[in-house]
Design a protein around this ligand. Sequence first.
Ligand SMILES: [Fe+2]
Length: 355
Amino acid sequence: MPTLPLTHHALPGESQPQDLLAFIAAHRLQLAQDLLVHGAIRFRGYALATPQAVEDVALALDPQLAAGEYLGTSPRNALTRHVHSASELPGYYPIPQHCEMSFLAHPPTRLYLACLQPSRWGGETPLCDFRLVWRDLDPAVRERLQRRGVRIVRNYVGPGSPRSLDPFALKRWDALFGTTDRDAIAQTCAREALVPEWLPGDRLRLTCTPPVVRVHPETGESAYFSHLQVFEVGTPEAELRRIAQLRGTAHARFWRHAGRLVTALTRHSKHPEDRAMDVTHLDGNPIAQADLEHVRNVIWHHQVVEPWQAGDFVLVDNRSTSHGRLPFSGPRQVVIAWHQLAVPLGHATELHEIT
Ligand SMILES: [Fe+2]
């Protein structure tokens, strides 16, 4: 079974960013092949210390990096033209495993993660082979998820909305789309199979019905490919419970109880359609808790948790491999770049092919 991630260590005397650029130039074809097999490749020991150094490496791998177009839910800050903070969500908040923007028609094909400063405690970015997840899901659960489908709803306030007190409130819709032009937003939504619904109070509801499995265009392998276990209302409780078991600390147990309380409040205080995020089957009925728990258990079984080292750079095949974030405390800087959106999966311009 391939290891995840495959790690390339800098050789003695070749531990500078320019050495990594030379390594990439000399091994493009092998890296492309390795990425298809392993799902993620980590470069360690090359002293990447700035967002610009990360961007240089990402551009060497992928000249078609996105320049800020991001339709996901994490708040991010731009650090260079292509490199952003991975997430500005508070450190106590767990980010479950997901393939980046899986709910779009054209999610990015590859991601580029790097750690400029590891946190003092926690803050790992676990990876998970979603091909194995799809393989190991109970066939009855797979059949149910495919037959009944998945419907994702996200609610956004806008520049004319009253201030939201919801702790799970998403960024404003003008920040999400980078514009207040509703025609431009409609075009992006049409391209990415999002259905926009403008609501009173300058609010926007985005609905989509993405598949739960996608076939990798280069390998033909099926991979689980859904945010259903991310956007479901019970997610904080479910993740923090597993994290408490993983860590076994009083701190983690505290957050487990906090997660349970917050989840209960969210579950009972808002109609599902009005929550910041919600997920159901296509007919609007909830996905069975047992099915959600099963999906989460299989993901947790396969996810790989390893601490960051300063300067690590990880190339991820977003069509086979997911990522997440475990809670942390103290300063931490993990950054991200991604392949541009709107390139259909399997399109000929697929990431420069690293050839
Ligand atoms: Fe992400």
